[in-house]
Design a protein around this ligand. Structure first.
Ligand SMILES: *[C@@H]1O[C@H](CO)[C@@H](O)[C@H](O)[C@H]1NC(C)=O
Ligand SMILES: *[C@@H]1O[C@H](CO)[C@@H](O)[C@H](O)[C@H]1NC(C)=O
Length: 231
């Protein structure tokens, strides 16, 4: 220290100046110094540059079903325009199905007995429910029917029966002989089902039903009104 350097200064002042001494030997390495205290914390650095975008992640799982949305607030639209008129439909056949009528005359006198009389001169038979080759009317429209005949009788007696469903539902007799001419007429209403058959017939030896250029014998039938519903 300080005391030692004052003593050597006094010694130098009292002696003559000598020659230079040899340099001293290199000293030994000193012991390690005390550990310094940590410095104060530095200032916060500037913000770094933005990094590169990361790699895409894997697709996530499907989410749960969402709640039902609210009803939209739009008002009701205006009514659409009226469509154009459609094409006319094909004619139905109901009217035709509900028609039935015939009228037919005899072409030869004295028809064979106990079989349907074949009135073969057709006056009307549009629906062909009457068959001129058998003399039978065949019901195709169920309902109430009018049947009528107007027969000329000449020279012999006549016994005429209206047959419906194989039963004689109306009978009439005319008794005359010689050249006398008379007419026999009849009219009735019958209820028929589909497939029922109606005809006229004469009895043996009572078949004086006649026809000539001046005398007709005519059998007529027509639908008065059809059944409705399922009765
Ligand atoms: C200096 O900081 C270091 C690291 O934080 C720590 O391990 C060490 O004990 C500290 N020294 C002093 C003297 O506080
Ligand atoms: C009679 O009319 C019915 C009903 O339409 C029909 O089924 C039947 O075949 C007809 N029968 C004849 C002989 O024409």
């Amino acid at each position: 220290g300080a005391d030692q350097s004052q003593k050597s200064n006094v010694r130098v002042r009292c002696s003559n100046k000598g020659s230079y001494g040899f340099p001293g030997l290199k000293g030994q390495k000193g012991s390690k110094g005390d550990t310094c205290e940590n410095g104060t914390k530095g200032e916060k650095g500037d913000r770094g540059d933005a990094g590169d975008p990361g790699v895409d992640g894997e697709q996530g799982d499907k989410g749960e079903k969402g709640d039902i949305g609210e009803k939209g607030k739009g008002g009701r639209g205006a009514p659409g325009k009226k469509g154009s008129r459609g094409a006319k439909g094909v004619r139905g056949d109901t009217a035709k199905l509900l028609r039935s009528a015939f009228s037919a005359g005899l072409s030869k006198p004295f028809p064979p007995p106990n079989v349907p009389i074949r009135f073969d001169k057709i006056l009307y038979n549009d629906q062909e429910d009457y068959n001129p080759s058998t003399g039978k009317f065949n019901c195709s429209v169920p309902g109430a029917y009018v049947f009528a005949y107007h027969l000329t009788v000449r020279g012999r007696p006549a016994r005429v029966s209206l047959v419906a469903r194989s039963r004689k539902v109306a009978k009439a007799r005319e008794t005359l002989y010689g050249q006398e001419i008379d007419q026999a007429s009849f009219l009735t209403v019958l209820k028929l089902s589909a497939g029922d058959q109606v005809w006229l017939e004469v009895a043996r030896d009572w078949n004086g039903v006649y026809v000539s250029a001046e005398d007709d014998s005519i059998f007529t039938g027509f639908l008065l009104y059809p059944d409705v519903g399922d009765d």
